[in-house]
Design a protein around this ligand. Structure first.
Ligand code: AP5
Length: 218
């Protein structure tokens, strides 16, 4: 099962990908998480990526294409994967098509999370992430039991540097220009499924399971 999760920042791709990955037992690959790990480790790539990420721009295609190529060729991806946040440009989509072709893999579906800019600003300004395990919360919509602490590991919750309103709006603008055209790319291939991402988390997940025909799986 190979799935792409496509949509604006804050549309809930990561939240749904984590859940689905646990349910269908295939890895969740988040390009944003991979890049943030490079930044944390202060690698050369991380140093170059950080500046773009904090400004709300895409990091250069050659970096994300290479990171993706390496990641999807790891052992745990043999029975499939959910890729969240890649591709985000025409060059990345072409490179991904070629990667799948080279490895004789078939893309099953592209799930498009459709949501407005205002809803995204509301969501991302309330997002909090765990410094320790990466779990994601929202101060209103998905709050932790104890404010500021992760339910899963007790780690400290923090706000991402790119979740300030001006950077959120820049990310949305970048999405509109560079990523939105991919909707047509995948619609033409007959792979696209659209979700109303403005619905509550449980409802979106339920719809996702229905779409993927996993609703009856244990
Ligand atoms: P990345 O980390 O991928 O950010 P993004 O795509 O902007 O997406 P987000 O993580 O912000 O949102 P999401 O859709 O996963 O929403 P989430 O589930 O967290 O990328 C960061 C940066 O890295 C990019 O800006 C770029 O610089 C770089 N980058 C990454 N990939 C790249 C690529 N391929 N090429 C170039 N550069 C790249 O949910 C958001 C909040 O809403 C949470 O608080 C959550 O609890 C809440 N929430 C989720 N669903 C719902 C719901 N249904 N109802 C109410 N609240 C909800």
């Amino acid at each position: 099962m190979i799935l792409i999760f496509l949509g604006p920042p804050g549309s809930g791709k990561g939240t749904q990908a984590k859940r689905l990955s646990e349910r269908i037992r295939v890895p969740h690959i988040s390009l944003g998480d991979i890049l943030r790990e490079e930044v944390r480790l202060e690698t050369e790539l991380g140093r170059r990526a950080k500046e773009h990420m904090n400004a709300g721009r895409l990091v250069p295609d050659e970096m994300t294409i290479e990171l993706t190529r390496k990641r999807i060729r790891q052992e745990d991806c043999r029975s499939g994967f959910i890729i969240d946040g890649f591709p985000r440009s025409a060059a990345q989509a072409d490179a991904f098509d070629r990667m799948l072709e080279e490895d004789k893999l078939k893309l099953n579906r592209v799930i498009y999370f459709n949501i407005s800019e205002e809803a995204v600003v509301d969501r991302l300004s309330g997002r909090r992430s765990c410094r320790n395990c990466g779990a994601v919360y929202h101060v209103k919509f998905n709050s932790p039991k104890v404010p500021g602490k992760c339910d899963l590991c007790g780690g400290e919750l923090f706000q991402r540097p790119d979740d300030k309103e001006e950077v959120i709006r820049k990310r949305f603008e970048v999405y509109e220009k560079q990523t939105r055209p991919l909707i047509e790319h995948y619609a033409k291939k007959g792979k696209l499924v659209e979700m109303d991402a403005a619905k509550p988390i449980e409802e979106v997940f339920h719809k996702l399971l229905n779409v993927l025909a996993f609703a009856t799986a244990p």
